[in-house]
Design a protein around this ligand. Structure first.
Ligand SMILES: [Zn+2]
Length: 288
């Protein structure tokens, strides 16, 4: 398929508001929650209210997360992440707002990123608000639950995994080491609101932009869809790259039904910033 319409859309609008979703990370081996119709592919992810109310839900969550993290933590940015980082370096992106919690945009070289739904590599105590690196919690989870740590399973997008027929009651969930409180990954769960300040910052960036580009999202979740609504209300044109239907299809000026990596590949032609180079940058940052 020709990339001309998308290229032209990007050329015509120098200050892009980019919103990315799960489809941007599938080529990195992180599966999508939804099918081409925007329906759930698997069991619904855990709801905040259940997580808070039931120890058994937290046991199930952390058991699946212990296993799923192994894939999540080794995922690397793909060409879609690199293409968007290139666009940012050319000064074309007002803000990149992502619904993904995997940190792969930053790993791919983007700086101006708003993690709308938080980051799965950070854990927060719901009582004293202490933040912990996930790696530390992961080590504690594995030490307390060696039997689970040895399991392998299909990973889900937020770093949890499908474990069928496993008994979770024996799972030992670590409490906060400072106050004994409940630990939760620092991500926005289903049933939870995006923090006001963060949503406001993203909406402010949309106001400064002249167009919106959706990359790999069906916009089924309201926290993402509302940006498309706001863009449409402000008369800003919207383009979307997504394999399936999006909730905003009626609002789009341009729809590109392709994989994100394919649709954006033209941005990388002639660019020497390769996946291995991004990996070098990441390793250097980690070494600091
Ligand atoms: Zn605490």
């Amino acid at each position: 398929m020709t990339d001309a319409p998308l290229r032209e859309f990007i050329d015509r609008h120098p200050r892009l508001f980019v919103l990315t979703g799960a489809g941007c990370s599938t080529a990195s081996g992180i599966p999508d929650y939804r099918d081409d119709n925007g329906d759930w592919k698997r069991a619904r992810p855990v709801m905040l209210q259940q997580f808070l109310a039931h120890e058994s839900t937290r046991q199930r969550y952390w058991a699946r997360s212990l296993v799923g993290w192994q894939r999540m933590s080794t995922a690397r940015p793909n060409d879609a992440h690199l293409a968007l980082a290139t666009l940012e370096r050319r000064g074309r992106i007002e803000a990149l707002v992502t619904q993904n919690v995997d940190g792969l945009h930053q790993a791919g070289g983007s700086f101006n990123v708003i993690d709308l739904h938080g980051r799965v590599d950070v854990v927060r105590c719901l009582s004293c608000q202490q933040r912990l690196p996930r790696e530390r919690v992961q080590a504690d989870l594995a030490r307390r639950n060696p039997r689970f740590a040895a399991l392998d399973a299909l990973a889900a997008p937020d770093g949890d995994a499908d474990l069928d027929g496993v008994e979770f009651a024996a799972f030992d969930v670590p409490p906060c080491d400072a106050c004994g409180g409940v630990l939760k990954p620092d991500v926005v769960f289903f049933g939870e609101n995006v923090p006001k300040e963060r949503a406001g910052r993203a909406m402010e960036a949309l106001r400064r932009s002249d167009a919106m580009l959706v990359v790999g999202s069906s916009l089924m979740v309201l926290s993402g869809y509302r940006f498309a609504q706001a863009a449409a209300e402000a008369g800003k044109p919207i383009a979307a790259i997504n394999l399936g239907r999006t909730r905003a299809d009626d609002l789009l000026e341009l729809k590109v039904t392709e994989r994100c990596t394919d649709a954006l590949s033209f941005l990388l032609s002639g660019v020497e910033f390769s996946a291995s180079r991004a990996e070098d940058v990441r390793l250097r940052e980690e070494a600091r």
